[in-house]
Design a protein around this ligand. Structure first.
Ligand SMILES: [Ca+2]
Ligand SMILES: [Ca+2]
Ligand SMILES: [Ca+2]
Length: 259
């Protein structure tokens, strides 16, 4: 094998160097999924850093200097033997949702999203979305291979068995586009999620069960914010380069740490 080919295959096997990385601590205290991020474990968990706008090549000319979103979004992750925990804290002056049922197409409105590719193959992964009313949509996704990306197949009938989610809204969530609650000035919403490891065994390539300390999984965290007076904003933890969340090559690297 030539050096060029060898180098190319090494790069291909791992994550690109410029994706986000995160040390996921093992929870040092029990997590109660109630939307309140008051547990000691959350207090000591690292923040991922603020989510930023995606869309370098979105075709609408969003310049890279303009990645700052309208509102702050912070996120954290934790794990234990049973669950992968994700928390979001979303500043939002105007929370709204008009979809009220499991597996509604929440991505058409305001959501936070978690994509989990357990074996990091850049092909099969789980997608979970939660809206400000704590409604959930979950899907099993197969993406087109890099560089095309995008959804090749999706199974919205798949549900994450044993999933726990909670939202704490500070303010009022408007339930229609013109509800008076859209004008009353909100503070934001926090989301607390527990995904059972066992449920992720349904993803092709996943081994099932919890990771071992030192394991690295590919994960991305997103938010969609749709203001009344401005452009919709698509935010990511690990920049996916395109206005397409389904670019698993650019998901972040989450390393699960011991003890
Ligand atoms: Ca809690
Ligand atoms: Ca909003
Ligand atoms: Ca589902």
């Amino acid at each position: 094998m030539s050096w060029v080919l060898l180098t190319a295959s090494l790069v291909w096997a791992g994550a690109p160097v410029d994706v986000a990385r995160y040390p996921c601590y093992r929870a040092i205290s029990p997590i109660q999924v109630d939307g309140k991020l008051e547990e000691l474990a959350w207090q000591v968990a690292p923040r991922v850093g603020k989510l930023a706008k995606v869309g370098q090549f979105c075709g609408e000319g969003t310049p890279r200097s303009d990645t700052r979103p309208r509102y702050r979004t912070e996120a954290m992750m934790l794990w234990d033997e049973r669950y992968f925990y994700v928390a979001f804290a979303c500043e939002d002056r105007d929370m709204w949702a008009t979809k009220f049922d499991r597996d509604d197409h929440l991505w058409e409105e305001e959501v936070v999203e978690v994509f989990v590719d357990p074996d990091g193959d850049g092909k099969d992964y789980a997608e979970l979305e939660v809206n400000p009313l704590n409604i959930v949509v979950d899907l099993k996704i197969t993406a087109w291979p890099f560089p095309k990306g995008g959804v090749k197949e999706s199974d919205i009938g798949w549900d994450i068995e044993g999933l726990k989610t909670a939202v704490l809204a500070e303010g009022t969530v408007a339930r229609s586009h013109n509800a008076p609650e859209r004008e009353d000035g909100d503070l934001g919403w926090t989301v607390e999620i527990a995904i059972p490891w066992d449920a992720l065994a349904d993803i092709p390539g996943a081994g099932g069960g919890p990771p071992k300390p030192g394991d690295q999984w590919r994960v991305n965290l997103y938010r969609i914010e749709r203001p009344r007076d401005g452009r919709d904003e698509f935010l990511a933890w690990s920049d996916v380069r395109f206005l397409n969340f389904h670019m698993p090559r650019y998901f972040g690297v989450v390393e699960f740490t011991g003890p």
